[in-house]
Structures are given as structure tokens and as C-alpha cells.
Ligand binder design. Sequence first.
Ligand code: 13P
Ligand code: ZN
Ligand code: NA
Length: 282
Amino acid sequence: SLVTTNEMLKKAQEGHYAVGAFNVENMEMVMSVLKAAEEMNAPVIMQTTPSTVKYAGLDYYLAMVRAAAQRACVPVAMHLDHGSSFELAMQALRTGYTSIMIDGSHESFEDNIALTRRVADACAPSGISVEAELGKVGGKEDDLVAADDSPYTDPQQAKEFAERTGVTSLAVAIGTAHGLYKGTPKLDFDRLSAIREVVSIPLVLHGASGVPDEAVRESITRGICKVNFATELRIAFSDGVKKYLHENPDAFDPKKYGKTGMDNVIHLVKEKIAVCGSEGKA
Ligand code: 13P
Ligand code: ZN
Ligand code: NA
């Protein structure tokens, strides 16, 4: 059955690796992420953004990931990514998500704390994990090309934020952005180390699509315990489907082109798990 991200991320923190968190959009992507995690014997987080939730509903995604977890011999968590309101966070909690992000990064420091704290307090009795964000990860979750105009996380503010909210993990802004980058992203590793020095809870890296493997590894060395991948999975799945339909224009069986999309996602997720260092950590 599904687990929370508390235990997973604590183990990752102690073992100096990161757990891969993969955004899923449909059943094929859920199946692919699970297959990759099993083949790598790695713990895994599947997550859905509000726009994904809007597409099919929290209950649909939870049911698919729960089915995956029931078959799995690796730990699987179901996470709400970028929870956009207290209400959506509570819906995810009631539905049975085992980990919830409340994204108050667009609010003022004090309003972000107040909102995050409310969610953390509501989730604490059931032991459900809560991730928050301080500073702004560039771009929007559904953008293909990232914008990099975001203010970075301040270490002292991060320390105060973690203490006052009681969250179980914290997403930091150190130069990554959602979507693919125009050039090579430059990450502020010194800032990450400064945050790690004063914040004890697991730190999360968003916007990892398009970040060179070396930079992801360096961020893990400096304290990142969860790495989010979305855009590259969407591209991998869609490219597989497009390729099949291009080569077989008369195809009409969704299982046929779904398979080529899945093969791409499985291959990609296995690579990302290797970069995260979570292979064999299940
Ligand atoms: P990418 O789309 O850049 O991989 O970002 C993923 C993410 O941060 C999801 O929250
Ligand atoms: Zn994100
Ligand atoms: Na990105």
C-alpha cells in the first residue's frame, strides 16, 4: 500500500541520495514509473499538479497509483504537487494522498507561513507529509519553456519558515525553473549549502527537467532529498506516441501507441533514478 514521504525522505537524507518524484498524467505514465522503480529497486513518488487533478480528479489518480503500489515491492507515495489552496490540500488529504505540497510561494513571507502552517496542522494528526515552497521556482508547472526571473530562497528565512510552519520538507529556489531551459541553467549551489546548514528537514529540487545530470547530482551532494521531474516525462511519452502513429498512420489501438510511449517513459525514469542515486534503496 501507499506510504508517506516522511520515512522515504529521511532515509534519503541519511543516505545522501534523493528520491525521484515523477509527475504522472495518465494510467500509462503511472504504469511506466512503477515499472522503472521496480526494475531499479528504488522508492518512488508519483505526483499530480492542480491542472492534472482538474483533468481526471484526485480520486482517479489516487486509484491508479494505489493499484500500482499494491502490486509493487518498492515503496510508493502519492503526492499533491504545487497544491494551490488550502481547500485543494484538504481534498487531497481526505481522498487519501499520502503527501501534500502547499505552494504559498506567491504569497508574502508571512502569508505563506500562515497558509502553510494551516495545512501542516491539518495533516499532522494523520502523519501525512507536507512540502512547502519558499522563494520562487521559475516558470509555470505546465510551461514547456522556463522563465528564470525568480527570487531565490534566503537561508535565514528558510530556517524561520521551517520552524514556524512545521512542514516535513521544503522546496527551495536556487535557479531551477519548470519546463525546459533556453540555455544551461546556472544553479546557486553555495546558497543551497547555506540553506542546508540551517534547515534540518529534507530539501526538494523542482524544475529538474533540462537540468544537466551533473548539476542534479551536485545538488543532491549538497542536501537535496527529492527531485521533481515533469516536462521530460511528458515529452518522452508524447514522442513515443507520435513516432508510432507517424510510422503506423492506420493504427487505431490505443494499447499499441500507448506501449511505445510507455517504453520511452520507463527508459527515462530509470535514468533519472540512477542520477538520484536511489537505485537499490527500496
Ligand atoms: P520540470 O517540468 O522542469 O521537470 O519541473 C517539475 C516540477 O518541479 C514539478 O513540480
Ligand atoms: Zn515544481
Ligand atoms: Na525544468
